[in-house]
Design a protein around this ligand. Structure first.
Ligand code: PLP
Length: 346
């Protein structure tokens, strides 16, 4: 953050700010190359895949995926396991037929559906690896008979994955990569080669590939900040290290949720997200009081999403273990102060 802020004032030897530099300059081309190199290194991306930097957020990918891959008269398969998956389904429906292979909507998206058949004649199968709002995460990826497309916006770089399980991965930068404005796409080259649809250049994956992500002006600052962040991740020991830290953070908080008599977790245990921990109080009328208590102790951003309610603690890579400990202490203190009666058993 400090280095990114400094680069806004004074970036290179000429005294330019990173906000002023031409995206065609040799210096910035080096930034793009270095960022791509870090993505490849940290996620072990094979040469048979392209690494692309786009704009428009993950939401633009909800549209770009069907525009490129869902052929006229064909169908695409989707798993409906949360709010963002549902948005992706809605967008795909504009391009063609969508088969929803399974949904946990009726159960408030508390789990990831497991029993389903992926139609072998679908153009692709789309999943969301981490459901940011509901707090569920896929830990075993499906073996798909058709190309697998994954929205990894909220858990990319948080854990080791095998890129070859997927044909296309996309992720908005703003969780584990850097500031909003850049969208990462990792795509198998022969999946891109197979695109049959004619799409506008700005929405065509192959145009980004053929132009080194510089068909138009890329989000210069967002890419630069992502590079710094990925350098930080590498210096910490890479994804392997951060995965251990993320596990420890999530374990600490889920243990408190399970042991503290005032709280309960929203997601089913086997699907609990390591990135977004959703929980509520057994007495919902006490939730406003806990939020106030927590905010007085410096906890910000733990209010649950409006469709879910309660609380959501996002434990992205940059959040230190100590911050999770502080939230856990806050939950303990609240229970001790307000519910001494329950505490004997706790
Ligand atoms: C899993 C997931 N998909 C999609 C989105 C939408 O991303 P964006 O706002 O970058 O379009 C988000 C945003 O939080 C997300 O968490």
């Amino acid at each position: 953050m400090i280095r990114a802020a400094e680069a806004v004032k004074h970036w290179d030897a000429s005294g330019l700010s990173v906000l002023e530099v031409s995206h065609r300059s040799a210096e910035f081309e080096l930034v793009v190359k270095e960022t791509e190199k870090l993505v490849r290194e940290l996620l072990n991306v094979p040469d048979s895949y392209s690494v692309l930097f786009l704009q428009g957020g993950a939401s633009m990918q909800f549209a770009m995926v069907p525009m490129n891959f869902l052929r006229k008269g064909q169908k695409a398969a989707y798993l409906d396991a949360g709010y963002f998956g549902q948005k992706a389904i809605k967008e795909a429906g504009i391009s063609g037929e969508v088969i929803v292979v399974a949904s946990s909507k009726e159960d408030e998206y508390k789990y990831i559906p497991r029993e389903y058949i992926i139609p072998a004649d679908a153009d692709y199968f789309h999943i969301t690896s981490n459901n940011t709002i509901e707090g569920t995460e896929i830990f075993r990826f499906p073996k798909s008979p058709v190309p697998l497309v994954c929205d990894m916006s909220s858990d990319i770089f948080s854990r080791i994955i095998d890129i070859t399980d997927f044909d296309l991965i996309y992720a908005g930068a703003q969780k584990n990569m850097g500031p909003a404005g850049m969208t990462l796409v990792i795509a198998r080259n022969n999946f891109l080669d197979d695109i049959k649809n004619k799409v506008h250049a700005i929405l065509d994956y192959r145009v980004y590939r053929d132009n080194g992500s510089m068909y138009n002006t890329p989000p210069v600052f967002a890419i630069y900040a992502a590079m710094l962040n990925l350098q930080w991740l590498k210096s910490k020991g890479g994804v392997k290290f951060i995965q251990m830290e993320n596990l420890a953070k999530a374990q600490l908080l889920y243990d408190e949720i399970d042991n503290n008599p005032l709280f309960y977790g929203l997601a089913e245990r086997q699907d609990r997200s390591l990135m977004n921990v959703t929980f509520r109080m057994h007495d919902p009328t006490a939730e406003a009081g806990f939020l106030e208590f927590a905010s007085k102790q410096g906890m910000v951003g733990i209010r649950g999403y409006r469709t879910v309610g309660g609380f959501r603690a996002s434990l992205y890579n940059a959040l230190p273990y100590e911050s999770v400990q502080a939230l856990v202490n806050c939950m303990k203190d609240y229970a001790r102060i307000n519910h001494a009666d329950l505490i004997q058993t706790y």
